[in-house]
Design a protein around this ligand. Structure first.
Ligand code: CTP
Length: 212
């Protein structure tokens, strides 16, 4: 099948030398891209900047900002059977990008930020995507309740939830502990390395596709 995966952080430019970003390493998204390719699927990885190597057999579209990621997804999602949104997209971007480097003046500096488009949240409506839709939820409290709310709000078939308040797993780590949240039930997976969890998640998504 054709699989689209978003991964990594986004960078939201402020001036020619600065940007806002977040702590995502891209490891979970890249591990999934690699596992889907190894299972014989066609993978298009749309990724923000990471230090990771492109997995074998995967097509990569590199992007920087949320707006660029949105455009790339909008352009390609129509021919996909499955779309997995593992990117940690910046929720806000600077309201304006200064053409020149911003010089320091006073003791404080106030930035105005505006909302970025919700790419996963646009899949069902704006992009009219009818394939299997998988989102991620990084939560610090009420993991299952918050993830299930996200699943319904964004029209997902599966939300992969993790508790980012636990040290040593999740963001920027090689390990993760995840809860698979489906419309009618949830299933916790044991804490493991991201590259061990990925083939397991691929099998779960293959089952969803078979039933779709
Ligand atoms: N996502 C996206 N585009 C955005 C924001 C998020 O595609 N602009 C996707 C992420 O890739 C992930 C899911 O949506 O699959 C996360 O949902 P989101 O509501 O952003 O989660 P949080 O940032 O945890 O939201 P909040 O803390 O506001 O509940």
């Amino acid at each position: 099948m054709n699989v689209l995966i978003t991964a990594g952080p986004t960078r939201e430019p402020l001036d020619p030398v600065r940007y806002l970003t977040n702590r995502s390493s891209g490891k979970m998204g890249y591990a999934l891209a690699s596992a889907f390719a190894e299972a014989g699927h066609q993978v298009l990885l749309i990724s923000g900047p990471t230090k990771l190597d492109i997995p074998d057999g995967v097509d990569l579209i590199p992007v920087e900002s949320a707006a660029e990621m949105f455009s790339a997804v909008e352009h390609h999602i129509g021919r996909m059977d499955t779309a997995v949104f593992a990117a940690a997209v910046a929720d806000y971007r600077p309201a304006s990008i200064s053409e020149q480097k911003i010089k320091k003046h006073g003791d404080t500096l106030t930035l105005e930020l505006v909302r970025n488009p919700d790419i996963l949240g646009s899949a069902r409506g704006k992009f009219s995507f009818t394939g299997v839709l998988v989102g991620f939820a990084a939560e610090t409290e009420n993991l299952e309740t918050n993830a299930r709310e996200k699943l319904h709000r964004k029209g997902c078939d599966l939300v992969i939830a993790n508790d980012v308040s636990q040290p040593g797993i999740g963001f920027d780590s090689d390990r993760n502990q995840i809860l698979l949240v489906y419309p009618a039930h949830s299933e916790p997976l044991l804490e493991d390395e991201k590259h061990h969890l990925a083939p397991r998640i691929v099998r779960e998504i293959e089952l969803l596709t078979a039933g779709a």
